[in-house]
Design a binder for this molecule. Structure first.
Ligand SMILES: CC(C)(COP(=O)([O-])OP(=O)([O-])OC[C@H]1O[C@@H](n2cnc3c(N)ncnc32)[C@H](O)[C@@H]1OP(=O)([O-])[O-])[C@@H](O)C(=O)NCCC(=O)NCCSC(=O)C[C@@](C)(O)CC(=O)[O-]
Length: 298
């Protein structure tokens, strides 16, 4: 067991966290959140997505967010782009990095992106080619890697094959997404061991939603296998518009607390991160889903 000495947190709250809100989020609140996260020491922030605005209206003004955000030095402001049109929109506002997504379940792929898994890879290939031509880093997501809201169990070999497909396309990193949070330490270990039999830990990330309260345990399993990139969402914001009942990503504060407790560096200032969580929850008038933020407040 080799634990990493340092972990990079990929903050997905401004995208994954906010995309699922029922209300349109004021631009000022999105900008304030980005400033707060950068001030807390996050260095990779998924700032928005360039998807069909009919599908996810909360992200419709991502251009304005990218144009107006005060870019902190050393921070990568990244964007989710499902197709070439999304890529072009992201490049027009100089996103520092883009992410593409596919899914390990046919039903989720249809619900989330209106196409089969195979078609999603065909649609992403020109995005990957354009990213390579432009020189913009490309990250890949695999949704439903540990369970699907429509189909239940997912075959780990299907996730492994998709991981290979995304690397073949040119992704520098693939994030393994437990979209509905049904994974356990057991299923995460089995999946990662399979993927790690072919790919090195430094090219993988985990993206754990906390619906069943298993996210920290699943992240620990990833750390024990040398994975040093973890996606998380401030205040545990979020859910998925195409996975009813799914909770948000694991709260960034909770991951940071665990990592610091294990002596693993993150470069993140926990009190400032907790402040960011409080601000965004106040702006949205929602309770904070982070255990650590709530405990520190108490
Ligand atoms: C994939 C599509 C675009 C296909 O959507 P579609 O409707 O099948 O696309 P289309 O190519 O048939 O186009 C239909 C219309 O949409 C427009 N359009 C098409 N693309 C864009 C675009 N990029 N930006 C702006 N407009 C766009 C296009 O121009 C056209 O406009 P019209 O001619 O009718 O006026 C759609 O299904 C979509 O946007 N899906 C994204 C849904 C989404 O954002 N889901 C949440 C993110 S995934 C997630 O959260 C999981 C993750 C990543 O976090 C990991 C995890 O948790 O596991």
């Amino acid at each position: 067991m080799t634990l990493p000495s340092r972990v990079t947190l990929v903050e997905v709250g401004p995208r994954d966290g906010l995309q699922n809100r029922p209300e349109q989020i004021p631009l000022a609140a999105r900008l304030r959140l980005l400033d707060d996260l950068a001030a807390a020491g996050l260095t990779v922030i998924e700032t928005g997505s360039f998807v069909n605005p009919q599908w996810v209206p909360q992200m419709a003004d991502s251009e304005a967010v990218f144009r107006q955000v005060r870019r902190a030095p050393g921070v990568r402001y990244t964007a989710l782009t499902p197709n070439l049109k999304g890529f072009e929109r992201a490049m027009a506002v100089a996103a520092d990095e883009i992410a593409i997504m596919t899914a390990a379940s046919e039903s989720f792929s249809q619900k989330n992106t209106n196409c089969s898994i195979e078609q999603s890879l065909e649609r992403l290939a020109p995005v990957a080619a354009a990213a390579s031509e432009t020189g913009v880093p490309l990250r890949g997501y695999i949704s439903c890697a540990l369970g699907c809201p429509y189909e239940g169990e997912v075959d780990p070999h299907a996730v492994h094959a998709l991981t290979r497909a995304l690397f073949d396309m040119g992704c520098y990193e693939v994030s393994i997404g437990d979209t509905i949070g049904t994974g356990t330490a057991g299923s995460m270990a089995r999946l990662l061991d399979l993927i790690l039999s072919e790919f090195p830990a430094h090219k993988l990330a985990v993206h754990c939603h906390d619906t069943y309260g298993q996210a920290l345990a699943n992240i620990l399993v990833a750390l024990q296998r040398g994975i040093a990139t973890v996606d998380a969402s401030v205040a545990g914001l979020g859910g998925c518009p195409y996975a009813a009942g799914a909770a948000g990503n694991v709260a960034t504060e909770d991951v940071v607390y665990m990592l610091h407790g294990m002596g693993i560096e993150t470069g993140i200032n926990l009190p400032r991160l907790v402040d960011a969580a409080r601000h965004v929850c106040a702006a949205l008038d929602i309770p904070c889903a982070s255990h650590v933020a709530n405990a520190l407040k108490a």
